[in-house]
Design a binder for this molecule. Structure first.
Ligand code: UDP
Length: 473
């Protein structure tokens, strides 16, 4: 286990973005939290400190929690490759996909439990009776019973899910059932994600949120976006030498490294190209390969200045995702097979992960630069990348799967692809946006409003405080 340092962020900063009534509700909820928690610690345990939506959300929510005067701490599990293979298998089957097809039997259970037993050891001297522990995702679920035995209140938050059960989801849930059962409460992003056997009174529905002031989402003027992308070498024209500074969320300064090797395949994007962007982990569920295939096949129907950027973390960057390197290699192989005219228009980018702030700054600039942001996931618990792009007033084209169906109202604040397998339909939606500036602007502006109304941190924090009140009440 290691602890992630959390710098407090003042709640007032968030409150200033909200209308007075909403800001007052947030302040009121923070006061309730301080009163009922009364010195208790709210612990969070997750599988990784960077890469992916959970780490992204914890980084900012916990900073506000601290800023509100609530003692919260974040611990990251220690696992070994065998453990992360099993948890990735669980991740896949809970989405209804076979993944590596490996078993989830007694041997896997023994390995999973043994790694979590090792992780429980340091918790014994940290967690006190009465503390609240939030366990995130299948990786941490198996800690619930041990923590309850210490007298802690234990909540399991599941960030993934699938609307309709299948044999595979049943397999995953029967593996997890004994662990989830030990938690007092559970949190899902959608109602339909709760497993059939779970007592609904123990389940809460809390969709994720984003932080407008994080390095990933903070406003960047167009000139800065341009400078960052040129400096990093993502967009063509020689970048300036030396360093380019940016502000981190915690108020310190970072630098964008010039011409760090970023292209897994393809060349720099022409400065005047219109970019179609998908940002994702290299995970088959995100279907980066499908996006490329669709774009390649649909190229004749797309404007001649449209370029596709598929952007994800460096393969070594996300410690709990053992399939990343393999999926990236598949995408590079697929790119290599494309004819030259496709290869010139498709760019596979791996972002450095050794500096989380620099990574977020680059994602921010890329999302703002994109003419269309796409998310052609095959399944998706909740697509934070969709909400991030919407916040930046980008028109988004995304699969109508899982949480994305809550995030986008089709035709109003984005466009939904009814069947993620419909490659022709996907390109048609992209072309529709690229061919109609008025539509792109209308969708983008409505998207920003939707995020402001529904997906900022105040809603998420208030829902947590409501849950804590019930647990402690
Ligand atoms: N992300 C990132 N760098 C990358 C790829 C992804 O920071 O190279 C972030 C992305 O901006 C988003 C999160 O990882 O904040 C992905 O969350 P999402 O809910 O879309 O998918 P998940 O990875 O949780 O399945």
């Amino acid at each position: 286990m290691h602890e992630v340092h959390i710098d407090p962020t003042s709640l007032e900063r968030l409150a200033r973005l909200l209308d007075p009534e909403r800001a007052e509700r947030l302040e009121g909820s923070a006061a309730i939290a301080r009163r009922i928690l009364d010195g208790r610690v709210v612990w969070n345990v997750s599988a990784t400190a960077s890469g992916g939506g959970v780490a992204e959300m914890l980084t900012t929510l916990l900073a506000y929690t601290r800023g509100a005067g609530v003692e919260t701490r974040w611990l990251v599990l220690d696992g070994n490759p065998g453990f992360f293979r099993i948890t990735k298998r669980l991740h896949n089957v809970l989405h209804g996909l076979p993944g590596d097809g490996g078993p989830l039997g007694d041997a896997e259970r023994a390995e999973y439990e043994s790694v979590l037993a090792d992780n429980l050891q340091p918790l014994r001297s940290l967690v006190r009776a009465g503390d609240i522990v939030l366990l995130h995702d299948p990786q941490a679920a198996g800690l619930a019973a041990g923590l309850r035995a210490l007298g802690a209140h234990v909540v399991w938050r599941c960030h993934i899910g699938r609307d309709t059960p299948t044999e595979l989801t049943d397999l995953g849930w029967s593996f997890l059932e004994p662990y989830v059962d030990a938690a007092q409460a559970t949190i899902f992003s959608r109602e339909a994600y709760a497993p059939p056997w779970l007592d609904r009174r123990r389940a809460r529905i809390i969709p994720p949120s984003l932080d407008p002031f994080s390095t990933k989402n903070v406003d960047l003027p167009p000139a800065d976006v341009d400078a960052v992308l040129r400096h990093a070498g993502l967009v063509s024209r020689p970048a300036a030498r030396g360093s380019l500074a940016f502000d981190r969320r915690d108020g310190t300064t970072g630098t964008v490294r010039a011409h760090r090797h970023l292209f897994a395949a393809g060349d720099q994007v022409p400065a005047d190209a219109r970019v179609v962007l998908q940002v994702s982990r290299w995970d088959r569920l995100k279907d980066m390969a499908g996006v490329m295939t669709a774009f390649a096949a649909g190229l004749p129907g797309l404007p001649s200045d449209a370029h596709l950027m598929l952007v994800g973390p460096e393969a070594s960057g996300v410690s709990d995702d053992p399939e990343g390197a393999e999926v990236l290699a598949e995408c590079v192989a697929l790119w290599t097979k494309q004819p030259l005219d496709v290869r010139e228009r498709v760019h596979l980018v791996v972002l450095p992960m050794d500096d989380v702030g620099e990574n977020a700054h680059l994602v921010n600039a890329l999302q703002r630069h994109a003419s269309v942001v796409v998310q052609k996931s095959l399944v998706e618990g909740f697509g934070l990348t969709v909400t991030e792009a919407m916040w930046k007033n980008r028109p988004v084209v995304a699969s109508a799967v899982g949480g994305i169906r809550d995030q986008i109202a089709d035709g109003e604040d984005g466009l939904l692809l009814a069947d993620p397998g419909d490659l022709g339909g996907f390109v048609h939606l992209i072309a529709t946006v690229l061919d109609d500036d008025h539509l792109a602007q209308r969708l983008g502006e409505a998207a920003g409003r939707t995020v402001r109304d529904r997906y900022l941190g105040d809603r998420n924090l208030i829902q947590y405080v409501d849950l804590f009140s019930e647990l402690l009440g």
